[in-house]
Design a binder for this molecule. Structure first.
Ligand code: 5RP
Length: 265
């Protein structure tokens, strides 16, 4: 791996712990103005100091994140479908590598749709992006299973999808936590982060998910709704940081949340 690629990765995955708290805010690319992310600037600014990386599209980056911020950017570069369509898997690459470099991002992200009618298209999109990434020193994150594919959230499916992504050359893979997650992590020889999915009922559910994912081989999270749809998003991200970077237990994370909730942003 070249110096530039290594340097970009170590801005996102912190060398001190080998872990990362990535804040996902790229939902609008197919979901539109998702609840609580209607005004991305307002929601993201208080959270950026606590995020090791923020995942957005170029439109949200240019309009809603001040270039003064030092937070590394994970740029979503796939799209082409919306929630109005039954089939979300019909995606192409929407953003050029030149624009990603112009925006000084630390990695680019693309979804793959294993087992769908656009499986081959999404895997070829990933392979073309990896080819470009290797040329320009840009890490590529492959994202497994969004939308309806989430229904297949089991270790058999996710370990297949994550392994395919790693075999094609993705440098980081994002997936979902599931029962027997260790099987997914063991079969994926690149850093694996977990998304949160739709908002869970309680903070405790979120902390359990993060804690268990880390115990079973994830190196962190790339999480959105369970942070910014919470009424106390800053307390939430601080508590998740405690688990990821300070090896906090679920109980300790609850204490961090309790200490920080209700504080003025
Ligand atoms: C949207 C994504 C999101 O980044 C991913 O789902 C993580 O966000 P959340 O924790 O809200 O699920 O890929 O397409």
């Amino acid at each position: 791996m070249d110096w530039g690629m290594k340097n970009r990765i170590s801005r996102m995955i912190k060398p001190a712990t080998g872990r990362s708290v990535m804040l996902a805010a790229d939902h609008g690319y197919f979901m539109g103005p998702t609840r609580k992310l209607e005004n991305p600037r307002k929601m993201l600014e208080p959270l950026l100091p606590y995020a090791d990386t923020v995942a957005v599209t170029r439109g949200i980056l240019r309009t809603s994140i001040d270039p003064k911020w030092d937070t590394p950017i994970l740029l979503r570069v796939s799209g082409g479908a919306s929630i109005l369509k039954d089939d979300l898997s019909d995606e192409e690459i929407t953003t050029s590598m030149e624009d990603a470099i112009r925006l000084n991002v630390s990695a680019v992200a693309i979804s793959i749709f294993v087992g769908t009618s656009h499986e081959k298209q999404s895997l070829i999109n990933l392979s073309e992006l990896v080819n470009e990434g290797e040329e320009f020193g840009m890490p590529i994150m492959a994202i497994t299973a969004v939308g309806k594919e989430l229904e297949k959230r089991d270790a058999k499916y996710l370990s297949l999808a994550c392994r395919l992504a790693a075999e094609i050359g993705a440098h980081i893979v994002k997936t979902y936590y599931c029962e027997n997650f260790r099987k997914v992590a063991d079969g994926t020889p690149v850093p694996l982060v977990v998304a949160g999915g739709p908002k869970l009922e309680t903070e405790l559910d979120v902390f359990n998910l993060v804690y268990n994912a880390l115990q079973e081989g994830a190196i962190g999270v790339d999480m959105g709704r369970n942070i910014w749809q919470n009424d106390n998003p800053v307390a939430m991200i601080k508590a998740i940081r405690a688990i990821v970077h300070d090896n906090a237990t679920v109980k300790e994370a609850q204490d961090v949340f309790a200490e920080n909730k209700g504080k003025k942003l």
